[in-house]
Design a protein around this ligand. Structure first.
Ligand SMILES: NC(=O)c1ccc[n+]([C@@H]2O[C@H](COP(=O)([O-])OP(=O)(O)OC[C@H]3O[C@@H](n4cnc5c(N)ncnc54)[C@H](OP(=O)(O)O)[C@@H]3O)[C@@H](O)[C@H]2O)c1
Length: 333
């Protein structure tokens, strides 16, 4: 694994380049603020009457249309929802980019699966911070940084790598680590991880555990504490020191029972299903389905949202109200 840090990077390559951040959402706002505080000249692209554009203006940025940002930026970061990138890129960005522009993405989906095919005269890079934008910003403000992934898809000018690394350093990621990868590896691992483990596996397991207890007559509050509230403790322990560290920190009863139940829950069948989820990611079938659903107005997403178990939500609100300091609300970013 190749990891770059600030000392390995010459940030002068950004000195005379205008950075245009297209989209001022979760990632975009942190990129714009961190790069500006690192001494870069930054403008923000927003659509008309955009709420996030208004926030960018309040933060003191010059805010222009997506097309103008694409045309003026020497470095153009596309920080929009992945499912909308292909159509916005085709309609507003592609034709406005100048040859030699460095075009950046924070995730590889649109490019890797061929939904965006950048012109051959562009540099194309990826900087994927390993966490949400507010965390990227908070770490930067604290004088630290968040690690990120970096990849180059296309190097038309011979400067793509230098620009991408300087961009990542401007985000503060060089204070932690800038890990070299490819669009393919970033894309596949990110999508698989969020589906099989983070956003698919973990919530499904928590909700199924909660439902099993409630159906067996346990009170919803008890079930919530056991299956959701305490998940934070376990994840925090693994984050701090890995699974073995977590197991040393819990009781022997919990450790022993955990081994037995884990083997029963993650069976060969589960592993087979994980491989099928991975196949759908690698083949591009998932990305195509996401983009097709978005273009159709999101009927499948709406159906999936409807199908979620809503009973757990009011219980969670009651439990969180007991200890509001443990679950502070996210600032609107
Ligand atoms: N979220 C994360 O933690 C994270 C982490 C690493 C990488 N990434 C990557 O970063 C990129 C940006 O993700 P994000 O989470 O920052 O996105 P996001 O917060 O959902 O992006 C919101 C921005 O996109 C604009 N936007 C929303 N829908 C649009 C549409 N249909 N057409 C045009 N503009 C639209 C919004 O403008 P308005 O204000 O006008 O609605 C806003 O400026 C993605 O490639 C993502 O995979 C995200």
């Amino acid at each position: 694994m190749k990891v770059y840090r600030d000392a390995d990077i010459d940030t002068a390559v950004l000195k005379d380049r205008l950075v245009a951040i297209i989209g001022y959402g979760n990632q975009g706002h942190a990129h714009a603020l961190n790069l500006r505080d690192s001494g870069c000249r930054v403008i923000v692209g927003a659509r008309e009457n955009s709420p996030s554009g208004a926030r960018a203006r309040e933060a003191g940025f010059e805010v222009v249309s997506y097309g103008e940002a694409a045309a003026r930026g020497d470095v153009v970061m596309v920080s929009l929802p992945d499912e909308h990138i292909p159509d916005v890129y085709a309609a507003e960005i592609a034709e406005r980019l100048r040859s030699g522009t460095a075009l950046g993405f924070a995730h590889g989906l649109a490019v890797h699966f061929g939904h965006v095919v950048p012109d051959a005269g562009l540099d194309v890079f990826l900087i994927g911070p390993k966490g949400a934008g507010r965390w990227l910003r908070a770490e930067y403000e604290a004088g630290r940084g968040l690690a990120c992934l970096y990849a180059v898809h296309q190097d038309a000018t011979g400067e793509a790598r230098a620009i991408a690394l300087a961009y990542a350093a401007g985000l503060g990621c060089g204070r932690a680590g800038i890990v070299e990868t490819s669009f393919a590896e970033e894309c596949v691992s990110d999508l698989f991880g969020e589906q099989a483990v983070l956003c698919g596996g973990i919530p499904a397991l928590i909700e199924a555990g909660y439902r099993t207890l409630v159906e067996a007559g346990i009170s919803p509050e008890m079930a919530y504490f056991e299956c959701l509230h305490e998940a934070k403790l376990i994840v925090d322990l693994m984050f701090e020191g890995g699974p073995a560290y977590m197991r040393r920190a819990i009781s022997t009863t919990a450790e022993y029972g955990g081994y037995l139940a884990g083997e029963r829950l993650v069976t060969e069948e589960t592993r087979q299903e994980m491989r099928r989820i991975l196949d759908d990611v690698v083949s591009g079938a998932f990305a195509a389905r996401l983009i097709a659903d978005t273009r159709a107005g999101g009927p499948e997403l709406a159906r999936l949202r409807q199908g979620q178990d809503a009973d757990i939500e009011p219980v969670g609100a009651r439990i969180r109200a007991l200890m509001p300091w443990l679950a502070p609300k996210l600032p609107d970013s």
